[in-house]
Design a protein around this ligand. Structure first.
Ligand code: AMP
Ligand code: MN
Ligand code: MN
Length: 337
């Protein structure tokens, strides 16, 4: 229990806690194309460590998305290693493997890494690893750490942590929003988390160009007889409306919402000609297993990968990986128990 009554999950890993107590400088590291879970987690722990008198740097090899700039301290996020000392501890949040942080952080040696994550198949790439695959968001683990360090949950920390929950549960829509998740959210609102600001920014604010791209992408969607709904966002389409990948948040969710859809797939062309794949499942099929076949990862119902072009190859590899996983599950469902 954090000192002001927010439930924290009895975290007792002495080595991880000692790391935070004994070191002087921490660099909070986010994954590329950051979301509310990774940024909310890093900023929440950063605020708590600063309250303990620690030196904190927030590093991100990307821009902070516009809809997350309301987060406290997000204006301090930097894209350089200015001010980072040689004995700094790097805290990686919300990633199953170090490469998800991007090339800029590839040099950081495991001895200097704390890895806090909830992805399936996390590679335990740090000297200190705190991984709970069953938790709805990395923010839940961060709360446990803050509580175990005896720090109070301030309104700013509460807003960051509630953002992690709201972001990774799709505003409590997905099945990972369980009773304890809802209780935790209520406790965070109770100590000052700004729920209305978070939901307005994350779910009720879209750029006009993003809405136009959504419309075109849905118009071009294909629904296969075996339950896959897929579409593609080309660079040309983004350029036509002056949109970026940031404007594509949850386009894949609109594909998944189709009543006959078991698995949704969205391929988004990057400036380098590669395709970023987002996969979503209605719940019967494990899209993380499909993403793994494509060197990606994620969760049972939400996963992703990066595929080289050209588009026909990326699309056929995607459909093949999804279908292999679907066939395996259908065979397992049929097998006598
Ligand atoms: P997205 O579709 O980008 O929202 O990602 C859905 C989930 O898949 C998130 O949990 C990501 O961390 C994970 N994911 C996305 N892309 C990759 C990748 N290239 N490698 C591993 N995991 C990924
Ligand atoms: Mn994430
Ligand atoms: Mn997450």
């Amino acid at each position: 229990m954090a000192s002001n009554g927010v439930p924290g999950g009895g975290f007792t890993d002495a080595a991880v806690l000692a790391c935070f107590r004994e070191h002087g400088q921490f660099v909070m590291c986010a994954h590329e194309k950051p979301d509310g879970d990774v940024l909310g987690s890093g900023l929440a722990l950063g605020l708590a460590l600063k309250a303990m008198g620690k030196d904190v740097i927030y590093f991100l090899d990307d821009e902070v998305p516009k809809n997350l700039r309301f987060l406290p301290d997000s204006d301090l996020v930097q894209r350089s290693f200015e001010g980072v000392k040689s004995d700094a501890v790097f805290v990686f949040f919300d990633m199953s493997d170090q490469s998800r942080a991007g090339e800029a952080l590839g040099w950081v040696p495991p001895e200097q890494i704390v890895n806090i994550d909830h992805h399936l198949g996390n590679k335990r790439f740090g000297r200190w690893n705190y991984v709970l695959e069953a938790e709805a968001a990395t923010g839940v683990l961060v709360l446990n750490v803050i509580a175990a360090l005896g720090q109070p949950i301030t309104p700013g920390i509460a807003t960051c942590l509630l953002t992690t929950l709201i972001s990774d549960t799709g505003c409590f829509l997905y099945s990972n929003a369980r009773p304890q998740t809802l209780r935790l959210a209520a406790a965070l609102v109770n100590v000052g988390a700004d729920k209305d600001l978070i939901t307005e920014q994350l779910y009720q604010t879209r750029s006009f160009s993003g809405q136009k791209v959504l419309g075109r992408t849905l118009d071009a969607a294909v629904m296969t007889d075996d339950g896959i709904c897929y579409s593609v966002v080309s660079r040309a389409l983004l350029e036509e409306f002056g949109a970026t990948h940031e404007d594509l948040e949850d386009v894949v969710g609109a594909l998944r919402a189709v009543d006959r859809c078991e698995v949704a797939a969205l391929l988004k062309e990057s400036p380098d000609g590669n395709y970023r794949l987002s996969l979503r499942s209605r719940g019967r099929f494990n899209v993380m297993a499909a993403a793994k076949k494509l060197d990606g990862g994620g969760h049972f119902r939400a996963a992703g990968a990066t595929l080289p072009g050209p588009l026909p190859n990326a699309l056929s590899r995607t459909l093949a990986a999804v279908r292999t996983e679907m066939a395996a599950q259908i065979a397992a469902d049929r097998a006598p128990t």
